[in-house]
Write a protein that binds this ligand. Structure first.
Ligand code: GLY
Ligand code: MN
Ligand code: MN
Length: 435
């Protein structure tokens, strides 16, 4: 199917869902804005600009100040901010694949965008330009409507899956280049640039800041420093690419000569258990159950590696796997890397919070077809989390001398992106990147 047709179907479904959402929240229309740029305090420097996810769900047009006016039964109106400028290059619209779905209005100033909108009645607004929206008489961020839109974003259309596939393919290219750089002894900074160069975009066009960690730094879950020392024994790289706003979020851990073989075995064990967790993905399973299963598998790996001397079930029951695996198994993925709606219990906005003992679990939904999420188990040697166990009743179950020998190698994480099918899953990542 052509991209144009996929997009047309995507918009047709958006229209259907919008009509239901507006009716249930008693609005006649919805206005979405791409957003306004963020400027640092007392500075004229702007942060890189990213459109809001709600806007991106309808339109891949980049840049700030654009508005969409959506009304059931009417062609969506795109009011495009298209200034003439010589400080910054105005990006020409061209003839993108999505253009036919919109009634296009072009204006040259941010104020004129809102003038072109006017003051539509019984209309909601979702976006960051709240002062302008209030002046236009719109109802800003109505909770029930936003919850419903967020809920719907979890079900990816074929158009979105095409974007996610491309983002995966591109991310995999970056990972292959990064692995080769690591194997030749490159530094964190050099590995980062190998990734960026292979993806072929400026780094601010990546969906998130790359995590490129050698050795013990891989135990910082979101390590960003990118230092210059070469010849690491372990590389943990968590990096993705984007396609029309949709992200891939991929982690691989590689080992090299000089790495303790016992750490290498943990890496291999993690790769195996991660694939088993992916295989378990199917509609009807609460994602929280899969997170629990990850703890059991990681506890079994800790036992097999002689780091813990208790069986998996008991280790999990006593919370002994938690210092080694302190984050959630994964999160929804789409226009946002940590996509919206992961804690919603239903479309009305009822919240399903994570369990008290797993506060960082970002997905508490029951798995359904067309959900796209990550599966990213990890095992790390993090002293601040292990310290409380060094004393006390559970201490004797930990092999502290082995932990201290392996700590310089940091940690292991393996992360793939999967789409849920009618009876299982499809792995978006492994199609392009074996391990
Ligand atoms: N890259 C951030 C995460 O995996 O959640
Ligand atoms: Mn990641
Ligand atoms: Mn992730």
């Amino acid at each position: 199917m052509t991209l144009e047709k996929l997009y047309q179907d995507h918009i047709a479904l958006r229209q259907e869902k919008l009509a239901e959402a507006l009716q249930s929240a008693a609005f006649d229309g919805l206005v979405l804005s791409s957003g306004e740029p963020f400027t640092y305090f007392a500075d004229d420097r702007e942060a890189p600009f990213y459109s809001s996810g709600q806007f991106g769900h309808w339109c891949p047009l980049k840049g700030p100040h654009h508005l969409l006016e959506l009304r059931p039964g009417q062609k969506p109106k795109l009011i495009r901010y298209a200034p003439e400028d010589y400080w910054y290059e105005p990006i020409a619209l061209g003839t993108p694949f999505w253009l036919a779905e919109f009634e296009l209005v072009e204006v040259a100033a941010a104020d004129a965008v809102w003038e072109a909108l006017g003051r539509p009645a019984k209309t909601a607004y979702v976006g960051s330009e709240t002062a302008r929206a209030e002046s236009a008489g719109l109802t800003v961020q109505p909770e029930q409507l936003v919850a419903r839109l967020d809920w719907d974003r979890a079900y990816k259309t074929d158009y979105e899956l095409r974007c996610l596939d491309e983002a995966s393919e591109l991310g995999a290219k970056g990972h292959q280049a990064a692995k080769a750089a690591f194997e030749s002894g490159a530094s964190e900074l050099e590995i980062h640039y190998a990734f960026v160069e292979a993806v072929g975009v400026p780094e601010e066009d990546l969906p998130y800041t790359t995590i490129v960690a050698l050795n013990e730094k891989s135990a910082f879950l979101h390590y960003h420093a990118k230092r210059g020392a070469r010849d690491g024994h372990v590389l943990l790289i968590d990096a993705g690419a984007a396609c029309d706003g949709y992200a891939s979020d991929i982690t691989r851990t590689h080992v090299r000569a000089g790495c303790d073989p016992r750490f290498g075995a943990i890496r291999d064990g993690m790769d195996t258990l991660q694939k088993e967790l992916c295989s378990a993905v199917k509609p009807g399973l609460p994602y929280g159950d899969l997170h629990q299963e990850a703890h059991l598998k990681i506890a079994a790996l800790l036992k097999a590696s002689e780091i813990l001397d208790v069986e998996a079930e008991e280790a999990v029951a006593r919370g002994l796997s938690r210092p080694f695996f302190p984050h959630g198994l994964g999160h929804h993925l789409g226009l946002q890397v940590h996509d919206v709606g992961g804690h919603l219990a239903d479309a009305t906005g009822r919240v399903a919070p994570p369990p008290e003992e797993h506060p960082h679990l970002r997905n508490t939904r029951t798995i359904e077809a067309r959900h796209v999420f990550t599966i990213e188990p990890g095992l790390y040697f993090i002293e601040m989390l292990l310290r409380p166990f060094r004393e006390g009743e559970a201490s004797s179950h930990f092999n502290w001398s082995l932990i201290d020998e392996l700590a310089p190698f940091g940690g292991v994480r393996v992360e793939d992106n999967v789409v849920v099918t009618e009876d299982g899953h499809r792995n978006l990542t492994r199609a392009f990147l074996a391990s």
